[in-house]
Design a protein around this ligand. Structure first.
Ligand SMILES: *Cc1c(COP(=O)(O)O)cnc(C)c1O
Length: 280
């Protein structure tokens, strides 16, 4: 139930660790190019670490997320029309002395931080028959796989779920090499990485990973069903993983115990969920 993290998503695990590592090596200014949950995690970590944070966001970032970033004390600066523009600006800003850039889904510290999620599961009981994970850039997936192999659960199959308009991992896994989507076409904006982490693609060659795709509509309906079932609101990005469970995607039909990472997301409200249900 990563939706219950203080920032609303699992991102704080890896990003918190990456921020801590940079600050302990002398970084005094943290920079992020994510107007989503990754940026929010940097803002939160920066506040706890008493370190200045700047988040560069593209014009398309909704006011709701900008407000959440400001509440955590981050400076929010608009930079360009797309994430690529914001990221280029963040790279330039991070060139300054004592300044560090936090990537949303890449890096050793980030992956090790995400891995704690699985390590905690090991303390709670037996291995599940399958694990279901939503995939954007694949940082969460890499962390989960690291954790699994570390605790001796290396045979547990993983269902890696993307929406059809953001399936950069499925495309790369099928090709056996890193692929870049021409564009993202999904409501699940937190899954919108045109190119996945190379490390995530490499893992598809050495672990039983089932790439699964769901339509936006199924992801959004899963959000509504999950809110009814558990009284918790999550983004469509998380709804994608939940939809795979509700649909019993392969290999879940044969599984008796399923572990689903409820990755959460802060970019949702009852009104937004209503809009998405009407739109899909
Ligand atoms: C970031 C995020 C994802 C995808 O994580 P990656 O590490 O980019 O694969 C999924 N769901 C939510 C809510 C997120 O914030």
């Amino acid at each position: 139930m990563e939706a219950l993290q203080p920032v609303g998503s699992f991102k704080i695990r890896g990003i918190g660790r990456a921020c801590h590592e940079l600050v302990t090596t002398g970084v005094q200014h943290l920079v992020s190019s994510s107007g989503g949950n990754a940026g929010l995690a940097v803002a939160y970590a920066g506040r706890l670490l008493r370190t200045r944070v700047t988040v560069l966001v593209p014009r398309t970032t909704p006011e709701m997320m900008r407000a959440k970033l400001r509440v955590e004390g981050a400076a929010v600066q608009e930079a360009g029309d797309s994430w690529d523009d914001a990221h280029a600006a963040a790279l330039a800003l991070a060139d300054a002395p004592n300044t560090g850039l936090i990537h949303p889904f890449e890096g050793e510290a980030l992956w090790d931080g995400h891995a704690t999620l699985v390590e905690e599961c090991a303390e709670q009981g037996e291995p599940p028959d399958a694990i279901v994970v939503a995939v954007g850039g694949g940082g969460l997936l890499v962390g989960v796989l690291r954790g699994l192999h570390r605790i001796g659960w290396g045979a547990v199959p993983v269902v890696a779920v993307e929406t059809t308009g953001a399936a950069s991992l499925a495309r790369s896994a099928a090709a056996g090499a890193l692929q870049t989507l021409p564009r993202i076409d999904s409501l699940a904006t937190s899954l919108g990485a045109r190119t996945p982490a190379a490390e995530a693609v490499a893992w598809t060659q050495r672990h039983p990973i089932h790439c699964h795709q769901v339509e936006d509509r199924a992801a959004v309906q899963a959000c509504a069903r999950f809110a009814d079932d558990h009284r918790v609101l999550v983004e469509p990005a998380c709804g994608a993983a939940l939809a795979a469970c509700y649909e019993l995607a392969p290999p879940l039909e044969q599984a008796r115990r399923i572990l689903v990472v409820v990755c959460g997301g802060a970019g949702v409200s009852p009104a937004l969920l209503g809009d998405w249900l009407a739109k899909t």
